[in-house]
Write a protein that binds this ligand. Structure first.
Ligand SMILES: [Cu+2]
Length: 125
């Protein structure tokens, strides 16, 4: 038989474990992107590809692109991609300059995550 105090301590420990936040891998995060963060490209990328660590609710996920002037660049709807972990967005021809990609996605577990990264299209020589 456990002393009553030890039993109470064990119950408190269990309660704390149950209340602990879920591991970070439960949320959708980018494992790989093309362009990569801070990449300098010799020319316009043609498309943006994001590979996540989990399935996405694609209808409730979005990617936006901001150009060197700070204006948003209109993007078509994400191309159909068979992988539930990928977002692929065709990009119109981009002039040289620095661009910001922002993504906001709903993962299959119901969590929303968002991040941003930059890439640069180098000036033509
Ligand atoms: Cu999550």
């Amino acid at each position: 038989m456990l002393p009553r105090r030890a039993l109470a301590a064990a119950l408190v420990s269990l309660a704390l474990l149950a209340a602990a936040p879920r591991p970070a891998e439960a949320h959708a995060l980018v494992l790989e992107s093309s362009p990569r963060a801070d990449e300098v490209l010799p020319s316009s990328p043609g498309r943006i590809l994001l590979r996540f660590n989990s399935r996405l609710e694609k209808g409730l996920s979005m990617v936006t692109l901001t150009g060197p002037t700070g204006r948003p660049i209109p993007l078509p709807v994400a191309a159909a991609d068979p992988s539930p972990n990928h977002l692929v967005v065709p990009v119109p021809p981009l002039e040289p300059g620095r661009y910001v990609v922002r993504w906001k996605v709903l993962s299959a577990d119901g969590h929303v995550t968002e991040r941003a990264f930059r890439f640069t299209v180098a000036p033509a020589h």
